[in-house]
Design a protein. Structure first.
Length: 94
């Protein structure tokens, strides 16, 4: 992962962050599951014990990506991130 890619995780560009994770995530050992419904995106990752997947989690853990969207971790290398398109958007209704 390049320094430029890592710096993307310190922005609020969730979609670019996901594309970088997917690019490097080893799905032969871990899982990369993403679902979108009603403007809410749920990204679930499992490392499968693969050290390179765990390294990605370590990188994410020190970024704004983690701060903004991390929701849950479980023993065994499970991580859940949730993004809502409605977050931070003010209504035009007055």
């Amino acid at each position: 992962m390049t320094n430029e890619e890592i710096s993307t995780f310190n922005t609020n560009d969730f979609y670019e962050g996901i594309s970088i994770i997917e690019k490097y995530w080893n799905q032969n050992y871990g899982t990369f599951d993403i679902e979108e419904k009603d403007g809410i995106i749920v990204l679930e990752l499992t490392t499968g014990g693969w050290s390179e997947n765990e390294e990605i989690i370590d990188i994410l853990g020190n970024t704004m990506f983690w701060f903004f969207w991390w929701q849950e971790s479980k023993r065994g290398g499970y991580y859940k991130f949730i993004y809502s398109e409605k977050m931070g958007v003010e209504s035009d209704d007055k």
